[in-house]
Design a protein around this ligand. Sequence first.
Ligand SMILES: O=P(O)(O)OC[C@H]1O[C@@H](O)[C@H](O)[C@@H]1O
Length: 235
Amino acid sequence: MTNNTTETKMLLAVDCIIFGFDGENLKILLIKRGFEPEKDKWSLMGGFIKANESLDEAANKILLQLTGLNGVYLEQLYAFGDPARDPDERIVSVAYFALIDIHKYETQLSDRYHAEWFLVNEMPGLVFDHGQMVEIAKQKIRYKAALHPLLFELLPRKFTIPQLQSLYEGVYNTKIDNRNFIRKLTSTGLLIKLEEKDKSNSKKGAFYFKLDKKKYKAKFQAFLNFIPNPENLIS
Ligand SMILES: O=P(O)(O)OC[C@H]1O[C@@H](O)[C@H](O)[C@@H]1O
């Protein structure tokens, strides 16, 4: 074993980026930092990794402690290690991200915690390099959603086309042509139209659809067609 006593010791943190969809809008969960540096500014949910924890354990524990969210599938995003990223000390942070159905976790995210949902497009400025973490997480989600129908997992069992469209618009930060979207959707043959309508937004109402789960597994490449602006995958 090499002698590492002359090496600089540094801290290791994790930060959790939680995106959520509430049926209408894409949102991001933030907390207000309770102490210096950057007290009272908006932040991702972050904290230090203990010596006896794995990175995944630390990420899940910190998310639970700061928000009450439990059992969220967190995926490792990237390690942020700019020497100047935290003014206090040399801290390397491993970021994790998740995309959740807000309604499913409503009760866990009680008022006891002061985490708040913000529209992704109206997010306040964040501490340290957390804004950069969010940008990289967005790119990752766009990329993943282009290869896999993961966005359907955020929708309720029965959903409307406007709901689905607004989710795609939120993720790709673009307006989608309505007729084009419906045409592409219909051509996949993966959606089953239900008799029932959602009348909460208009008198005429919008038909509910559900996903044909059998076909969905076998034919997910069909969703590649949905990507509104492929250039947004990397921008
Ligand atoms: O919030 P505290 O406990 O100060 O430390 C963890 C935070 O410090 C930052 O470098 C990390 O990005 C993480 O958010």
